[in-house]
Design a protein around this ligand. Structure first.
Ligand code: HEM
Length: 124
């Protein structure tokens, strides 16, 4: 998957676009609010590192931050249905801006949806 996507350079652009959309799209406000006290450069760096290993590329996140344990790491944030929907909306827009082949985009999209649902059901 990592190579099909186009490698780290494509992942980095995807994440930069994703966070740019989250910061500027009025429809992503609740999702943006979950990041309120965060350094979003750092959030972006972590997501870039995570997506590398998650798509089968170098395990950058694991090496820098340890096991991802996404559920545990999202626990401090209030993530309900609206936040998850908005996260996915931002990612969908970022995917469309990317050079990733449409069939690979669909696979990534399905995987993102599963994780977002998993992260949002716990406290919604
Ligand atoms: C469901 C909606 C989601 C919301 C509202 C959300 C929100 C957040 C917030 C507020 C942070 C903290 C950022 C920071 O510490 O700088 C975070 C971290 C992170 N998120 Fe999400 N997230 C969501 C879904 C996802 C999904 C679907 C993935 C992966 C496919 C993901 C991957 C990550 C990663 C890897 C981190 C860094 C964790 C860490 O090292 O602390 N998130 N997220």
């Amino acid at each position: 998957m990592f190579d099909k996507i186009g490698g780290q350079i494509v992942i980095d652009k995807l994440v930069d676009d994703f966070y740019h959309i989250m910061r500027t799209d009025p429809e992503a406000q609740e999702c943006l609010a979950t990041h309120a006290d965060r350094d979003m450069m750092e959030s972006a760096a972590k997501l870039k590192a995570f997506l590398s290993g998650w798509t089968g590329g170098p395990p950058v996140y694991l090496e820098k931050y340890g096991h991802p344990r996404l559920r545990m790491r999202h626990f401090p944030f209030s993530i309900g249905e609206a936040e998850a929907r908005q996260w996915l909306m931002c990612m969908n827009k970022a995917l469309k801006l990317s050079s990733i082949e449409p069939d690979v985009q669909v696979k990534l999209w399905e995987a993102f949806k599963q994780v977002a649902v998993m992260l949002s059901t716990k406290n919604s």
